[in-house]
Design a protein around this ligand. Structure first.
Ligand code: COA
Length: 348
């Protein structure tokens, strides 16, 4: 046995260090228009009191056509915000992974448009569809690219313009959804920081509970698909609610256990912002004090792939190098998961 282990170790060169992938900068953008619960109450039969109590949202940001169009508009603004704190040469970016369910077009992908417009001429890019879990799925893919040694600097973009697929006549969904986008750079490092571990899952046996049936190859756009309101998100809120709590709670617990992390070790939990009651239930399950959980749902609502990086950006000034952070999300698919990372830098 001893000889076997010696044999394995002897093939690793002495000077070879483990490569980690670490976030080195992040920027965000939310549209200027603020839609309040009072405004939502003029569209559907609801109230500020109901939305605040049952969902935890007071207001959300909506991209109005007069401000700009498409998720790429928000992404460009997010990259401008990133540039305020992080100096980088666009030509050094080797890949762009854009997590979104609301791309500018079905094709071409939005990542290619961003690469061209923002001068990242050496980057290849693709969009990644994992709904509200998109940001953590993209982080995991980017981490794998970097730790493989193939790439050193990647831009991750995550965001949605859910207002374009929200039925403002459906009170089950329209109080919840919103728009935002963020952009982060991840880089190779041999320091012990960055993405340490991840657990991701999908369950395709849940289509009926959370979907947008129109616009794809099964129901391409037609008069009928529009009349049937198929181009909007529909959900069975109760089913989504219960699964979100169970899966996010269990996945975080498993991730913490296998990395020997106690609640005291965790500096922050950064959950997807879908419902304040889901967030509270996950925190309770993990026995994490709520002041260690990033919560901004009351201001921004649920912008799908946008919520987690928007929290990272908003809490960036409170993060310290080495902080142990758990990200966790749940969304259509169903898709869900959790990422454990050690934050890579102190506030500027
Ligand atoms: N305003 C007022 N009443 C509403 C309402 C609204 N916006 N939406 C639903 N109701 C009513 C229902 O009609 C129901 O009335 P009834 O008892 O007379 O039938 C009552 O409130 C309770 O409905 P219920 O569906 O049990 O509400 P809920 O407490 O489960 O909250 C959601 C509904 C959608 C807010 C909640 O289920 C949820 O957040 N689910 C997860 C959604 C999610 O995360 N989606 C995105 C995926 S990441």
């Amino acid at each position: 046995m001893k000889i076997f282990f010696l044999g394995i170790f002897s093939i690793i060169p002495e000077n070879m260090s483990k490569i980690n992938a670490v976030i080195t900068g992040i920027g965000s953008y939310t549209p200027q228009y603020i839609s309040t619960n009072e405004e939502i109450s003029t569209f559907v039969d609801t109230s500020d009191e109901w939305i605040t109590k049952r969902i935890g949202i007071k207001e959300r940001r909506i991209l109005k056509p007069e401000e700009g169009k498409g998720v790429s508009y928000l992404a460009e603004k997010a990259i401008e915000d990133l540039r305020n704190s992080k100096d980088f040469d666009p030509l050094e970016i080797e890949a762009i992974i854009f997590a979104t369910s609301t791309p500018d077009y079905i094709l071409p992908n939005t990542a290619s448009l961003i690469a061209y417009r923002m001068g990242m001429k050496n980057a290849f890019g693709f969009d990644l569809g994992a709904a509200c879990s998109g940001s953590i799925f993209a982080l995991d893919v980017g981490q794998a690219y970097i730790t493989s040694g193939k790439y050193k600097k990647i831009m991750l973009i995550a965001g949605d313009v859910l207002s374009t697929v929200t039925d403002f006549k459906d009170r089950n969904t329209c109080p919840i959804f919103s728009d935002s986008c963020s952009a982060a750079i991840i880089e190779a490092t041999t320091e012990d920081f960055g993405i340490m571990d991840s657990i991701l899952h999908s369950d395709g046996n849940s289509l009926e509970f959370l979907h947008m049936y129109g616009g794809g190859s099964v129901n391409p756009a037609s008069h009928e698909s529009v009349d049937q309101r198929l181009h909007y998100i529909h959900q069975d809120g109760k089913v989504v609610f219960k699964r979100a709590i169970t899966e996010m709670g269990n996945t975080c617990a498993e991730l913490m256990k296998r990395n020997h992390l106690t609640t005291n070790d965790i500096a922050w939990v950064v959950p997807h912002q879908a419902n304040i009651r889901i967030i509270n239930a996950v925190a309770d399950h993990l026995e994490i004090p709520i002041n260690k959980v990033t919560i901004n749902i009351e201001k921004y609502g649920n912008s799908s792939a946008g919520t987690i990086p928007l929290c990272l950006r908003e809490w960036e000034s409170q993060f310290r190098k080495g902080d142990k952070i758990i990200l966790t999300a749940f969304g259509a698919g169903f898709t869900w998961g959790a990422i454990y990372m050690k934050w890579g830098y102190d506030p500027a």
